[in-house]
Design a protein around this ligand. Structure first.
Ligand SMILES: Cc1ncc(COP(=O)(O)O)c(C=O)c1O
Length: 490
């Protein structure tokens, strides 16, 4: 009998291609802490960043839920778009989005606890829509030779929001592009090119971003990546390479300090302040160690907060949870208010050292529409008290998730910060329960709740921060019912 898909082994050939073997690649368990080092194999290691669009469960979900109207659009989508993992072929066709809700062409509604993390203020927030409409009526595009009031006001606003010494800004139409600008600026400012970043991290899908990213689904089989991009183990107390057994003492940060001591000429350490895909929240000491090590070596600390800044974790910037300020922070996604593609690099003022280089030079660099959307989004976050709301609702949700954990054997850990919540599923022997996580996701979708599965076995909830308390409670009921259904079927 074949072992379950998630137990199968994977080997990488010397051409970087991945083959699947049926050997049980479950885990090496040296020492007291077990290391569940098997990549997700149910989808050829694809599910680190999100759910797999080729899986049998996806097909079964479609068979049960997709009607003719939807099928016609899905077929046209499939014929027109290049296929790629994590998107086309798609699973449903949307007609509308509003507040926390997505509505498909057959009238089904989903609470969107995924939203690609663009929807802190919800969809179609009237103030954001109105701000974009006004800019559209007056200045729909601003060629790069000129500036415009929306861009200046947004740059000033972000510069003022970020703590000193952060303060100078560049915009880009996407997070990966803003990460690219940060990498270029780090090279220009230090005269070095090396970076240290973390395995399992995601910084965008462009070639420079996947060079510092740490997920096989983006890096495999693509050929040479940027030179000098070293990787270190992430802070992941439940799967700690330094065997902290769940009680992180920042040994993983000490290891990065050690790498900096050895390598000496590293331009930048690039980290997601809190890893979004599976809600990894490093302990307070982690960033102190990194900050001190970077300072000792003249290395810049770059915080990638593309999905988690602007209130997701309960603060404007996630690094505010730690007593450190990075040398650069990268923002994106929700900055465009779930309307416009918009990202920003906010750097230390004294890093304004690249006047003769083009760091960004993107056509939509000072997008009047994007900046108008961002200004309105910041207004909404402030005026509707969304930072405090995110904290309060997040704490309430976490209390419920702990109760849920007590009832569901599959739930091995629940964690969260603000309205970024993770429910980690493992089997009784500690193996990541990836198949069950995928099943739980489709059970929830069938009941009208959409969310992301990170690293294959973590249900990641990131609802709009404007969510009504009753809707949040209903979503957690759906999760509860769905986990029960998965456990009953097992
Ligand atoms: C942590 C992080 N950095 C960067 C990016 C890239 O942003 P974009 O998709 O806008 O290029 C993402 C996108 O998911 C992300 O999660």
């Amino acid at each position: 009998m074949k072992p379950p898909a998630e137990n199968r082994g994977q080997t990488t050939t010397n051409r970087g291609q991945t083959t699947i073997s049926l050997a049980n690649a479950d885990a090496s368990s040296a020492g007291s802490g077990k290391l569940w080092s098997d990549p997700d194999l149910s989808g050829h290691g694809l599910s680190a960043e999100g759910d797999v669009n080729l899986s049998p469960r996806r097909r079964r979900y479609e068979t049960a839920h997709v009607g003719e109207a939807t099928r016609a659009w899905l077929d046209r989508d499939s014929a027109a778009f290049l296929h790629q993992s994590l998107s086309t072929p798609c699973m449903d066709t949307l007609a509308e989005s509003d507040g926390i809700w997505l509505t498909d062409v057959e009238g089904r509604r989903f609470m969107d606890f995924h939203g690609n993390n663009v929807h802190q203020v919800g969809y179609r927030h009237p103030r954001v829509v109105e701000a974009v409409r006004q800019a559209l009526d007056t200045l729909p595009f601003s060629p790069r030779r000129f500036t415009n009031r929306y861009a200046v006001e947004l740059a000033e606003r972000l510069g003022a929001l970020a703590p000193d010494p952060l303060g100078k800004v560049l915009f880009a139409p996407g997070g990966a592009l803003a990460i690219g600008m940060a990498l270029k600026l780090a090279r220009a400012a230090t005269g070095r090119h090396k970076t240290i970043s973390l395995w399992d991290s995601f910084h965008g899908a462009s070639l420079d971003a996947i060079s510092i990213g740490g997920e096989a689904v983006f890096r495999r089989g693509i050929g040479p990546l940027l030179p000098g991009t070293e990787h270190a183990p992430p802070c992941d107390p439940r799967d700690c390479r330094f065997r902290c057994n769940g009680a992180c003492d920042a040994r993983c940060a000490e290891y990065i300090a050690y790498m900096l001591d050895k390598e000496e000429d590293v331009a930048a350490v690039v980290v997601e302040t809190i890893r979004c895909t599976d809600v990894q929240v490093p302990p307070p000491g982690y960033y102190r160690v990194l900050r001190e090590a970077c300072d000792r070596h003249g290395t810049l600390l770059i915080a990638d907060e593309v999905p988690i800044a602007l209130g997701r974790t309960g603060t404007m910037f996630a690094f505010e949870h730690y007593d450190v300020v990075p040398d650069m922070v990268v923002l994106g996604k929700g900055l465009g208010g779930a309307v416009m593609p918009m990202a920003a690099l906010v750097a230390r003022r004294d890093l304004d050292v690249a006047q003769t280089m083009a760091l960004g030079h993107y056509t939509h660099e000072k997008s009047s529409l994007g900046c108008a959307a961002a200004l309105a989004t910041l207004d909404v976050i402030e005026d509707e008290g969304l930072l405090a709301r995110s904290q309060r609702l997040g704490e309430q949700a976490l209390v419920r998730l702990h109760r849920l954990k007590a009832r569901h054997p599959l739930v091995n850990d629940v964690r969260g910060i603000g309205l970024l919540l993770g429910i980690e599923l493992r089997h009784a022997d500690g193996r990541p329960a990836r198949d069950a996580a995928e099943q739980a996701m489709y059970e929830c979708l069938a009941r009208g709740l959409s969310f992301k599965v990170g690293q294959g076995n973590v249900l990641t909830l990131s609802p709009p921060l404007v969510i009504d308390e009753r809707d949040l409670a209903r979503a957690l009921d759906i999760l509860d019912e769905s986990l029960a259904a998965v456990e009953t079927a097992a």
